[in-house]
Design a protein. Sequence first.
Length: 429
Amino acid sequence: MTHSTTTGPAIDAKVDARVTGAHDDDDDIDDDEQDATNGDGKKKKKKKAKKKGGSGAKVGQTEPPRVGLSKLFPDGVYPEGELQEYKDDNIWRTTSEEKRAAERAAMEDPSLTYQNIRRAAEVHRQVRAYARKAIRPGMRMMEIADLIEDGTRALVEESGLESGIGFPTGLSLNNCAAHYTPNAGDTIVLQKEDVLKVDIGVHVNGRICDSAFTLTFEPTYNNLLEAVKAATNAGIREAGIDARLGEIGAIIQETMESYEVEVGGKVLPVKSIENLSGHTIVPYMIHGGDRGKSVLLVKNNDQTRMEEGEYYAIETFGSTGRGRVVESGDCSHYAKIYNAPHTPLRLQTAKSLLKTINKHFDTLPFCRRYLDRLGESKYLLALNHLVAQGIVQDYPPLCDQRGAMTAQFEHTILLRPTVKEVISRGNDY
Ligand code: HZT
Ligand code: MN
Ligand code: MN
């Protein structure tokens, strides 16, 4: 395999990658990146060293990305995400000696340290930068999934349950908003008219970075994307210790629904999808399990408050359709249910499959492709049995009505004692 290098020697990598990390909002870097990659796809070698202090992303990384992050960050210190001050009532936290002490404690305790999630987030930024460049109409969905997941496995230095993919790569198209990834035999080819949601999960020691963006190849849906990006950012801004979940939903909806989009000469309102939500994340569990909290995308009466130390995936979905999803199509995503009942399994194939799941995924979501690559075959009956027994949860694709278009943007945030950290923020979204 030939990997062209985007940059100079790896020795420069640490400094440069950090420059381009989380909160570099130099706009002309984005333009620069585009110039370097549009066209025939051959122009991969771009001199970056010259542009001081803003050489664009992933210096020291290859294309496709294959350099493990420990090579780029030998001291094990990963870039902080975007820091946002808590709002009005909570601004005292910034200077509170008690809260600063809590922060120090968190930084010292290896089980609580933020380095795990920051490493996952840096992998996310580097993988998605490549995904954005490489994904083109004409590609099969399977190729797209592999391109992303091969990158994630390499950069996170996949190792058992210590580091790896956080959940199956979501590649939902058009009216489908979430939880589609190809199964073996899938023949779908990406079209230039498609609206593709790219939802990537990376974990380090169970700390999952859950972040997603939307790709289009025609300008028609630019406003839809702007609406959803703005709604997600409004949700992030509103989030904070003691913030009420219902109020965050209201602001998300207000922001989202202040946009409209013109499609084929018709003006359509953008609707917040009313039955999708953001969620807490706890180690090895993409949604906070029994005590999980959800952040709806519409105004509601949930008085539950966010709390110090929580991790949230703040994600919003906009739609040109009804703004409601239903389960539709073949299922690809699954996850073991935390606290599943101890059901004795009579079906030997199900017992054996459960062993595989326990060993390779524990409670992390997985998809059929991941079972295929582990050498499992003809497992569908067993898998369906585990679902029927309440041991595994299935997560079928979630789609709005035919003809509707949906978009998503998502970030993982951490409610630190003194400050809100938008872990997955990049110079792209
Ligand atoms: C479930 C299965 C997966 C969590 C949200 C989500 C992608 O809709 C409580 C609130 C991956 C993730 C999830 F394989 N879901 N974020 N990114 N999907 S969810 C949910 O099931 S549970 C939202
Ligand atoms: Mn996601
Ligand atoms: Mn999520």
